[in-house]
Design a protein around this ligand. Structure first.
Ligand code: PGA
Length: 264
């Protein structure tokens, strides 16, 4: 089994018009052009996708959407299908982000449908899971992660491991400046990888990349990436400036595989 290639994704959430997004790309690409041993992904808002796709043309940086609906087309006002995203140049789709769960009624069941549809369209889902602060305090972290994983990926444990990405994003660490410690991240990532082995196969679990998200900054990236089961980062606030996101990408060296929950 190949080593898991680091993946660093910038989630711009509801920031940047097309012009602002294209301007970011022009400044960002020269800063990361030498970093060819890792996957770099940008997730702009829907209206900026095509402008970013055009600005990224010819580069190794890939495009992601922040959500997708599970149907291919039809009377679903306001929704965007995986097929449309693929045609707009996307390779990845973020699904089940905690903000969508909190503000837009996303559930493990809607995540499950979306993951299946995104995979069927040939795109790579980045599926977000993570516990809220009160759940961690009550000692429910692992049971919450287990449920989100089991129900959200129910149809997808037989997928090609290289075509599925998980993101562990503790809700209490998102946008708060309170990053999980590297040890807390590793503990959750190892739990998720062990469950992937039980729900899928050990080879599947060894191949799925698990990103950490929640107040990732240039200063804490290397330590998080040093953990054996942390394969990359999903970055919100610190991905909005080209220099700061480029510093995170540069710091995201492949971690040691020694001590990984499941040996590749
Ligand atoms: P943050 O967001 O880096 O601003 O904490 C992470 C995310 O929501 O993906």
């Amino acid at each position: 089994m190949e080593k898991r290639r680091p993946l660093i994704a910038g989630n711009w959430k509801m920031h940047k018009t097309s012009a602002e997004a294209a301007d970011f790309v022009r400044r960002f690409l020269p800063l990361v052009s030498g970093l060819r041993d890792r996957d770099i992904v940008l997730a702009p808002a829907f209206p900026a996708l095509e402008a970013v796709a055009a600005a990224l043309a010819g580069s190794a940086v890939a495009l992601a959407a922040q959500d997708a609906f599970w149907e291919t087309e039809g009377a679903f006002t306001g929704e965007v299908s995986p097929r449309m995203l693929a045609a707009a140049g996307c390779r990845y789709v973020i699904l089940g982000h905690s903000e969508r769960r909190q503000f837009f009624g996303e559930t493990d069941e809607t995540v499950r449908r979306k993951v299946a549809a995104v995979l069927a369209a040939g795109l790579i889902p980045i599926v977000c899971v993570g516990e809220r602060e009160e759940e961690r305090e009550r000692g429910q972290t692992f049971s919450i992660l287990d449920k989100q994983l089991r129900d959200g990926l129910k149809d997808s444990f037989t997928a090609d491991a290289g075509r599925l990405v998980l993101a562990y994003e503790p809700v209490w660490a998102i946008g708060t400046g309170r990053t999980a410690t590297a040890a807390q991240a590793q503990e959750a990532h190892a739990f998720l990888r062990n469950r992937l082995a039980e729900l899928g196969t050990p080879a599947f679990a060894a191949g799925v990349r698990i990103l950490y998200g929640g107040s990732v900054k240039p200063e804490n990236t290397a330590e998080l990436m040093g953990m054996p089961d942390v394969d990359g980062a999903l970055v919100g606030g610190a991905s909005l400036q080209a220099e700061s996101f480029a510093r995170i990408v540069a710091a995201a060296q492949p971690g040691p595989r020694k001590g990984t929950a499941i040996e590749p």
